[in-house]
Design a protein around this ligand. Sequence first.
Ligand code: PBG
Length: 332
Amino acid sequence: MTNPSYPNTRLRRSRATPWSRAMVRETVLTPADLIWPLFITEGEAVEEPIASLPGVSRWSVDQIVVRAKEAIELGIPCIALFPNTQPDRRSDDGSEALNPDNLMCRAIRAIKAAHGDAIGILTDVALDPYTSHGQDGLIDDNGYVLNDDTVGVLVDQAVNQARAGADIIAPSDMMDGRIGAIRRALEMDGHVNVQIMSYAAKYASAFYGPFRDAVGSRGLLKGDKKSYQMDPANSDEALREVAMDIAEGADSVMVKPGLPYLDIIRRVRDGFDVPVFAYQVSGEYAMIEAAAAAGAGDRDALVLETLTAFKRAGCSGVLTYHAAHAARLLNG
Ligand code: PBG
């Protein structure tokens, strides 16, 4: 039976079969697009589940080395490390961040000793896992985070991480001028090939709660981070942040959180010729897990759809707690 008034264009034609969908697909997600954030804790053979991040644990250094091996086998190119510093090592000035034998540095050295350059190690630069007040920098008597004094400490933290073997320094503190200061210090200390991935557009977000549980800063944090992290209402300002960090020597930039900020990712992608990464943060992970547990959606499908959305928005890659699971799905 023929229809004399058929549509000129049938977009459904190319969607009709799996082979055809594969042929016209514009965006492809692979394990190489994933960066896996991992939480480190003291001890030996320790796994500590994190209640607000179901399925995510803190691992002792020996176990982090095993997670890194898993990542290599899955084709994940890079892991991101975050320490849960023991309470008695936290202080007002976060000086444990400068200790060459702190948890972070021991983990970096152990992973490098076991796996060499088979995997990249990204390290977060900010003082919040080390301060007794949970802020990312040094505070004055009113709790205000001091910019320039903080940058001085972050520079030393970054060099400490690079000396331990970090491959990518990722400042997440949002102080002004820290990228240039860190780049200069890395060069002066001989780390010419250590990259900087700047958390360029990092928003003061309600989606970081479970992360603060994971690094143990939630109960400590006084006030909020709105005097340095960006206002979620702003978009043009993100472009200024990115431009500034590129001018100061960032190799790549990050937008954080992820899904609620896909518009920012797209603007950055269109405005700059620099690799853009997104951080699908802890609260986003928890939302997906909660939705799946409540039967509101299929977990695997939610994971792959959201990660594909980052690629479509223009990302080179995504930091996600689902990295290992997603890589397993993608590897079939
Ligand atoms: C620390 C830092 C945070 C995250 C990454 N680095 C928390 C914060 O800024 O309070 C959040 C990551 C996540 O929620 O998964 N500066």
